[in-house]
Design a protein around this ligand. Structure first.
Ligand code: UDP
Length: 380
C-alpha cells in the first residue's frame, strides 16, 4: 500500500513514553503495525522520541509534560508551537496523504482551519468528552476532517458536532495480546489489583473499603498525582495537597491502606507490572467515571486476569460478563462478584485478547478508517 500518514503524537512526552503516557503508548503500539502493512509514517513528536518511523519531525527538543501543570495560556502556547510545526510540514510537502492527529481540541481545530487544499485528517478522541463539550462544540472541518473514538460508549456520549464527524471507533490494543493464547497460564496469587492513576474516577477508595470488608488483599498500583513512589509523597509534605488526586488519596483512600491487607505500591512498570497483573486473582475497576478506552482493561485480559468492574464507559464493550469478567451497575454488588471471580477461566481472557486487542487488529482497523476518510474527502 502506498500511503503516507503524518502521525501527530503531540509535544507532551516522547514516543514511546518513559513511563505513564496513554496517547504516546497508543502511537507506539500502532506505528510499527502500520509500517508492517506498508504505510509510510512521518512522526510528529519531540526530538527524544525513539520510535522508528520513515521520518520524524519535531519542534521541541524533549517532552513538555511538566508544562501541563502551568497556567492555561502557557499550555496553549506549547501546543500551538508544536502544531505550527506540523502545519508547516504539511504545507511545504506534497506527499502527505492523511494526517492522523492525537492532540486534544487544538489539534483538531487547527487541522479543520487548514482549508480545502490540505490533506484529509483523522483525529482520535482519547478522553471522556461528555465533560468537555465546549472544547469541540464548534468543530467545522467540512468533509476533510473526521474523528474516531476509542469506544462506542465514548462516542455515544460525545457532543453532537463530534458525532456528526465520526467514522466510528477503534478499541485500544496492547502488545501483550500478541500470542496471549499461546503463553503458559499465569500462576494466580490470592490478591486483587487496581492498576491505574489514583483518581476518584478510578475508584480506589471503593476498592480499598471492599477489600477491608472481604478481608481480601488488595494492591493499588499507579501514581498519586505527580508522585510515583510512596516515599516521594511522604517527603513532599503539605504542599502535595494542592493536587486534587493527592487530596483524594490522603482523605479517601489512605485511611484504608494498612500496609498489610491494602497496600499502595506506587507506579509499576515493565516486567514488574506484567507479573503483578498476571498474578492477580482479578483486576478491579470500581469506576466512577465513564472509562473512555481502558488500556489497563485489555492488558488484564491479555495476561489472563479476569476483570471485575462497574459497567461504566467502555467496560461492557471490552469485557464479556460471565466469561472474561464480571460487571455490575450496582457498586454494592462488587463484593459478590469479587468472590465469584476465582471461577472464571484465565484462558478465556487470553483468547479474547489475542482475537480482539492485538496491535495488528488495531492497525488494520485504522487503515480501513484512513481509506474511508480519504474517500469522503475526495468525494466532497
Ligand atoms: N500503568 C502503568 N503503571 C502503573 C499504572 C498504570 O504502567 O503503575 C499503565 C497501565 O498499564 C496502562 C496505562 O498506564 O497502560 C493507563 O491507561 P488507562 O487507559 O487504563 O487509564 P488512563 O490513565 O489513560 O485513564
Amino acid at each position: 500500500m502506498s500511503l503516507t500518514v503524518l502521525m501527530n503524537a503531540g509535544p507532551w512526552l516522547s514516543v514511546p513514553p518513559p513511563g505513564y503516557g496513554g496517547i504516546e503508548n497508543v502511537v507506539a503500539t500502532l506505528v510499527p503495525e502500520l509500517r508492517r502493512l506498508g504505510v509510510r509514517v512521518v512522526l510528529a513528536s519531540v526530538e527524544t522520541s525513539t520510535l522508528a518511523a520513515e521520518e520524524r519531525i519535531s519542534v521541541f527538543p524533549d517532552g513538555q509534560f511538566a508544562a501541563l501543570q502551568r497556567p492555561y495560556n502557557q499550555v496553549c502556547g506549547i501546543a500551538q508551537a508544536h502544531l505550527a510545526g506540523v502545519v508547516r510540514a504539511v504545507r511545504t510537502r506534497d506527499d502527505i496523504d492523511l494526517v492522523h492527529d492525537h492532540v486534544e481540541a487544538v489539534g483538531l481545530a487547527t487541522l479543520a482551519a487548514m482549508g480545502p487544499d490540505a490533506p484529509p485528517a483523522l483525529h482520535t478522541l482519547h478522553w471522556d468528552l461528555a465533560k468537555h463539550p465546549a472544547l469541540y462544540g464548534h468543530l467545522d472541518g467540512g468533509d476533510r476532517v473526521r474523528v474516531n473514538g476509542v469506544s462506542a460508549s465514548q462516542l455515544a456520549r460525545a457532543p453532537r458536532a463530534l458525532r456528526e464527524h465520526s467514522v466510528g471507533h477503534v478499541h485500544l490494543a496492547t502488545p501483550l495480546a500478541v500470542d496471549a493464547d499461546r503463553r503458559k497460564p499465569p500462576a494466580k496469587g490470592g490478591y486483587l489489583l487496581i492498576l491505574g492513576r489514583v483518581n476518584p474516577g478510578k475508584g480506589q477508595d471503593v476498592g480499598a473499603r471492599l477489600a477491608q470488608r472481604l478481608r481480601m488483599p488488595l494492591v493499588l498500583a499507579g501514581p498519586v498525582g505527580p508522585y510515583h513512589r510512596p516515599a516521594d509523597l511522604a517527603a513532599a509534605g503539605d504542599e502535595a495537597r494542592q493536587n486534587p488526586d493527592v487530596r483524594f488519596f490522603l482523605d479517601e483512600v489512605a485511611p484504608h491502606v494498612d500496609g498489610d491487607l491494602v497496600r499502595w505500591i506506587g507506579t509499576v512498570a515493565g516486567q514488574e507490572r506484567d507479573d503483578l497483573l498476571a498474578g492477580a486473582r482479578a483486576a478491579l475497576f470500581p469506576l466512577r467515571w465513564e472509562e473512555p478506552g481502558g488500556t489497563a482493561v485489555v492488558e488484564s485480559l491479555a495476561l489472563g486476569t479476569p476483570v471485575v468492574a462497574t459497567a461504566r464507559g467502555c467496560l461492557p464493550e471490552l469485557v464479556e460478563h460471565g466469561r472474561t469478567g464480571l460487571l455490575t451497575t450496582d457498586e454494592d454488588e462488587l463484593a459478590d462478584l469479587v468472590s465469584a471471580a476465582g471461577r472464571l477461566d484465565p484462558d478465556e481472557c487470553r483468547r479474547e485478547a489475542a482475537a480482539r486487542f492485538t496491535p495488528a487488529v488495531m492497525a488494520q482497523r485504522y487503515v480501513e478508517l484512513y481509506e474511508r476518510v480519504r474517500a469522503t474527502a475526495a468525494a466532497a
